[in-house]
Design a binder for this molecule. Structure first.
Ligand SMILES: [Zn+2]
Ligand SMILES: [Zn+2]
Length: 553
């Protein structure tokens, strides 16, 4: 019997939507699948991005043979620029996927030292210790792939992000025949997208969005139509362009990534549009509102993107008003709801009409719902299953679904970031954990760990306490009694009283320490900090950042 083993280390994406990344290892050789980022929550002050913790991979950089990208979304490719600094190995993916990734890497001035290897649909290629097959799947970006990894202990299928769209815009359907054939051969382990595992039924086809857009445009022949969507959603852009062209509208691409992605997709023949339909934003006023369709970025409320700028009236080139209809052809990613709400409000303030997915079917998800997940399981019929790509509740729902489809419950593994699984001919077992915490990026300060973020949270929620005072070291007594001041407090009567009491507690503690012969400045400042912390924290349940500045003379 084969003693071969394959280990899978989950570095991100399990228990959250974002920063997808895993490492698959056999005979000491590693292939990385995806390296994504996650967007921060509103209480992560000053944080721009969250990455997987790459320490584990960095420590094994000599063992890594390649990075495989399932598709071009940021939650799968956005952390590459941080990973490849230390782990410079060939990057594999579809032409469009690599094009998007390369664009980001060029911005970071890293692309020229890297090797990109394009793969075709259904290609089977040796990468590191594995043969990896790239199976077409439908998703909200063209050229998405599921992977079949042929390993020493059997076939592992990784679904990538997918839905089962039977009427995709480009006619490239999920290759269910190949998935079924793999199922016939026998699949040892399935890892599959859980994003919509809580939702019953089937996700609407991408082509249904085109119908809704067409109707909305037809009802508004005199108005300028401004449609926001993900710049990577080439099929959405294609449908908007098609509707605009039908109505003899000119198309304005607004937003840097929208222009860049459309250019790339046209070059790769994935987006079809005649050059004559495009006009530059500077020429927009030469046309009547009914002759123009603007396609722009910023559908997630990103403050620096085109739609936010339009909502605030500080976009360069044009502004929206009562003659415009703005369509958000999108759905907020968890965490972005507040920002999107802000932008929608501000757009209303401009006088524009605003349409979004809560009242018109102007968006379709890219992820499979329960009906599609069941179909996928039925095709692949895996011996073991791990739900991936989802918050914890999504993983649990997907696990239940897998059991209902016939995977024995002892073969369904709920894993979270940092978990390691080991596969052998005998089956799957847990094999420990590795560090996989959040790695924060602050655009101005660079990389951060948890510590400054904790301070920022405390500063934001509880403000700061500053303790000043002076000590005569020789005499061992207080020269200037400690005074406590604050920033970020309401400073009502109650707070004033609390500050006086805090100062009193600090002075008593300092006197006691001096009596015991303490003369070290650092130690005395600690004493002051502790005394203040005990009072405001213990008695008043506040946790301000406490900064003692007791001077020794
Ligand atoms: Zn995706
Ligand atoms: Zn994803």
């Amino acid at each position: 019997m084969s003693k071969e083993k394959v280990t899978i280390t989950f570095l991100g994406g399990l228990g959250e939507i974002g920063r997808n990344c895993m490492a698959i290892e056999q005979n000491g050789r590693i292939v990385v699948v995806d390296a994504g980022l996650m967007f921060p929550e509103p209480n992560m002050y000053g944080i721009d991005l969250i990455l997987p913790d790459f320490t584990w991979l960095r420590d094994r950089r000599d063992k890594v043979d390649g990075i495989v990208l399932t598709h071009g979304h940021e939650d799968h490719t956005g952390a590459l620029r941080y990973l490849v600094r230390d782990v410079n190995v060939p990057i594999y993916g579809a032409a469009l996927t690599l094009g998007f990734a390369r664009h980001r890497l060029e911005e970071a001035k890293l692309a020229k030292d890297l090797t990109f290897i394009e793969v075709a649909d259904r290609e089977r290629r040796k990468i590191g210790p594995f043969e990896i097959e790239f199976i077409p799947v439908t998703h909200s970006v063209p050229s998405a792939h599921a992977l079949a990894l042929h390993t020493a202990v059997g076939i592992i299928v990784h679904s990538g992000d997918f839905k089962l769209d039977l009427t995709p815009i480009d006619g490239r359907r999920t290759d269910v025949a190949r998935l079924a054939a793999l199922g016939d051969e026998g699949v040892a382990l399935l890892l599959a997208d859980s994003t919509n595992a809580e939702e019953a039924g089937f996700t609407a086809s991408e082509s249904s969005v085109g119908g809704a857009l067409r109707r909305l445009f037809l009802e508004r022949p005199e108005r300028r139509m401004v449609v926001a969507c993900f710049a990577s959603h080439i099929h959405r852009v294609q449908q908007i362009i098609n509707v605009a062209v039908e109505q003899q509208r000119k198309v304005v691409l607004f937003g840097r990534s929208m222009e860049a992605n459309v250019k790339l997709a046209r070059k790769l023949n994935l987006l079809h549009a005649d050059s004559s339909i495009f006009v530059d934003v500077d020429a927009i006023d030469q046309y009547a509102p009914g002759q123009i369709c603007v396609i722009c970025t910023g559908s997630q409320g990103e403050p620096m993107a085109a739609l936010s700028k339009l909502s605030r009236g500080d976009a360069r080139g044009f502004s929206v008003g009562s003659l415009d209809t703005v369509i958000l052809s999108s759905h907020p990613i968890p965490g972005n709801e507040w920002c999107v709400g802000r932008v929608i409000d501000d757009l209303h303030r401009t006088g524009a009409e605003v349409i979004h997915s809560s009242h018109e079917p102007v968006h379709a998800s890219g992820h499979a719902r329960q009906g599609e997940l069941r179909t996928f399981h039925q095709l692949v019929r895996p011996r073991s299953f791990v739900p991936i790509h989802g918050e914890y509740r999504h993983l649990i729902h997907h696990a239940d679904l897998a059991i209902s489809m016939g995977v024995p419950s002892k073969n369904v593994w709920i894993c979270e970031d940092g978990d390691v699984l080991e596969l052998s001919i005998a089956g799957v077992r847990r094999a420990g954990t590795v560090p996989a915490g959040f790695h924060y990026i602050d655009g101005t300060a660079g990389d951060l760990d948890e510590a400054p973020l904790e301070d920022r949270r405390m500063l934001a929620e509880h403000g700061v306490l500053l303790i000043t005072g002076g000590i005569d070291a020789e005499r061992g007594e207080l020269q200037q009694r400690a005074v406590v001041s604050t920033r970020g407090w309401f400073e009502g009567e109650r707070d004033k009283e609390l500050l006086l009491m805090t100062a009193k507690a600090v002075n008593e503690a300092l006197e006691e320490a001096l009596e015991k012969g303490e003369r070290d400045a650092g130690a005395l400042n600690k004493v002051a900090q502790k005394a203040a912390g005990r009072l405001v924290g213990g008695k008043y349940r506040r946790q301000p950042v406490i900064l003692p500045a007791i001077a020794l003379h």
